[in-house]
Design a protein around this ligand. Structure first.
Ligand code: AMP
Length: 214
């Protein structure tokens, strides 16, 4: 089981879990949001195109997103497997993913749907701070850094993403319901979807996911 998608609303913990699943499976992890943020920080053409959508919590248009992710998927190092975090987010993206895989090394093995109640998501996202250097996540109330505003691991400053501010959080959750939630049915239909409870400690969720992968 080496080609895995993590599906779930913003704030369910996809990023944290995806990195651990990739390590467990010994494959690369691709977070589409991280790819976009990398383009943004380099002020590339693609980053400039994505910026106006990202800052208000809207999805970047499919043709831009699919192009960026297809390029990543077609790299030779991805042929043995991968973990996707934040892609696909629309039916068109899921169909594009199926096409890329069916033209290459075969289809997805598993889609893990991480589920967390909306009230918890709002609390997690609006309190989230991230290291500017290593991307380690913190929660300003429930898991703050040892030294104020400074990453425990690399001492770089931590920051709040523009799209973790209150208005953008509401928008992102609405966009999820409207455009991404239909993927649950899509993947139930193809027999690939398994649901995992995303409440609880990071290690507990990781154990549930590893049981599914075993
Ligand atoms: P994330 O880090 O996954 O929360 O993504 C941050 C933002 O990047 C999203 O709110 C979107 O604006 C954009 N984004 C990331 N992945 C996608 C995707 N698969 N399709 C469209 N937009 C995306």
């Amino acid at each position: 089981m080496k080609k895995v998608v993590l599906l779930g609303a913003p704030g369910v913990g996809k990023g944290t879990q995806a990195a651990q699943v990739a390590k467990y499976l010994d494959v690369n992890c691709m977070a589409s949001g991280d790819l976009f943020r990398d383009h943004l920080s380099r002020e590339s053409e693609l980053g400039l195109q994505a910026k106006s959508y990202m800052s208000v919590g809207e999805l970047v248009p499919d043709e831009i997103t699919i192009g960026m992710v297809t390029e990543w998927l077609n790299m030779p190092e991805q042929s043995s497997g991968f973990v996707l975090d934040g892609f696909p987010r629309t039916i068109a993206q899921a169909q594009a993913l199926d096409n890329v895989l069916n033209n290459g090394t075969g289809g997805l093995d598993l889609v893990i749907h991480i589920v967390v109640p909306v009230s918890e998501l709002i609390d997690r996202l609006s309190g989230r701070y991230i290291c500017t250097k290593c991307q380690k996540p913190y929660h300003i109330v429930s898991s703050p850094p040892l030294i104020k505003n400074q990453c425990d691991d690399c001492s770089a400053p931590i920051y709040q993403r523009d799209d973790d501010r209150s208005d953008a959080v509401k928008k992102r959750l609405a966009v999820y319901e409207e455009q991404t939630a239909p993927l649950v049915e899509y993947y139930v239909g193809s027999g690939l979807l398994t649901k995992v409870d995303g409440l609880g400690q990071i290690d507990e969720v990781r154990t549930s996911i590893q049981e599914v992968l075993a």
